[in-house]
Design a protein around this ligand. Structure first.
Ligand code: SF4
Ligand code: SF4
Length: 342
């Protein structure tokens, strides 16, 4: 297994890290079992966030009092927009994680690159937390490429977390290179592009060609075992995998929904993060599970869209979401019609 050093932080970890967003969806006991197994299986970097409901508490329960804490790296994040909320979040995170320090503290999904003296006080709060030893390193996460490029150019942060997978654009790949040149660690989120990519070996082989740390979102033990298996048998890029990636790139290029859910909630109750990518999901996973009464009802809600534009305002990929939803609905109805004819 290749190791990655996150820029100038000196944090060095196997290129196979744990994304703790999905453990918020499982019970406490199961989450602890999964997290400890991840550690025993070789993972040493765990990424969570104040915004992932009880994910931090689950990390605290798994590692806090177990003697494991000092052997791993814990990264968490705050969506605070004021220093007051920043300190509140940091103290809550430390309490939840049952630790006196966070290895990497990140400003979460920022709309702009916070700078010293910009009036927000956010950068000052971050550096003060580092000075106090509550935070060992400072990072930032973004979803918009322009904001991410600005962050790298600023040279103010030690790490950047950004979506990166084998269907990322050339501009995203250039961002990875600029991070490397700037001595900044790159943490790759959404390595499966929100569930659209389903070949773990190809995703891992792709990552191994870059200086990035993928954090794989894990909800089930079977998923974890798949990622852990790469410690025994590292994924290697082959011509066959390269061809498969190329086919996927062609199929998934252009404006498509990554399922991140930043556009939600919708006032009309539309499950945008699934319905706006139904055309892809239905073709890339067993289609029957998307044709149930439940999903037919969810898709039908698209007709209730009032065009308020709220979703578009929040989409980091600047998608025309209402239009995308309508296209997905038309395609879905076509699939249903043909299915009923069989
Ligand atoms: S434009 Fe439509 S889909 Fe988007 S938030 Fe408004 S009602 Fe929901
Ligand atoms: S429409 Fe945009 S914000 Fe909403 S889930 Fe899809 S990619 Fe994310």
């Amino acid at each position: 297994m290749k190791y990655i050093t996150l820029g100038k932080t000196g944090i060095t970890t196997p290129q196979n890290a744990f994304g703790a967003l999905p453990v918020q969806r499982v019970g406490m006991d199961e989450a602890v079992r999964i997290l400890r197994r991840a550690y025993e299986g070789g993972m040493t970097f765990f990424d969570t966030a104040r915004a992932y409901t009880d994910s931090e508490e689950k990390l605290g329960a798994a590692f806090g009092d177990s003697g494991i804490r000092e052997k791993i790296f814990i990264a968490t994040k705050t969506t605070a927009k004021t220093p007051e909320d920043f300190w509140k979040d940091l103290e809550t995170s430390l309490g939840n994680l049952k630790t006196s320090y966070v290895d990497l503290y990140q400003l979460h999904c920022v709309p702009v690159c916070y700078r010293p003296g910009d009036g927000s006080g956010m950068y000052e709060a971050l550096t003060e937390a580092k000075k106090q030893g509550k935070v060992r390193h400072i990072g930032i996460t973004a979803h918009k490429i322009g904001v991410a490029e600005d962050i790298v150019a600023s040279g103010l942060y030690e790490t950047l977390q950004f979506p990166f997978s084998y269907i990322s654009s050339d501009r995203d790949t250039a961002l990875v290179e600029s991070c490397k040149k700037a001595g900044m660690g790159f943490i790759a989120m959404k390595g499966l592009s929100g569930g659209l990519l389903n070949n773990a070996e190809a995703c891992m082989a792709f990552m191994s060609e870059y200086e990035v740390l993928p954090i794989w979102g894990v909800q089930r033990m079977e998923e974890l075992e798949q990622w852990l298996s790469f410690f025994e048998k590292p994924a290697v890029m082959t011509n066959e995998i390269r061809d498969m990636i190329e086919r996927d790139r062609q199929e998934l290029s252009g404006a498509f929904c990554r399922g991140c859910g930043y556009c939600m909630p919708c006032p009309m109750g539309i499950t945008i993060n699934q319905c706006a990518r139904m055309s892809q999901m239905i073709r890339r996973s067993p289609s029957e599970s998307w044709l149930t009464d439940h999903w037919q009802n969810e898709m039908a809600k698209i007709e209730n869209c009032i065009g308020c534009g709220n979703c578009m305002k929040h989409c980091p990929y600047e998608l025309n979401t209402p239009e995308l939803l309508r296209k997905n609905l038309a395609d879905y109805r076509e699939i249903l019609k043909n299915r009923n004819l069989v």
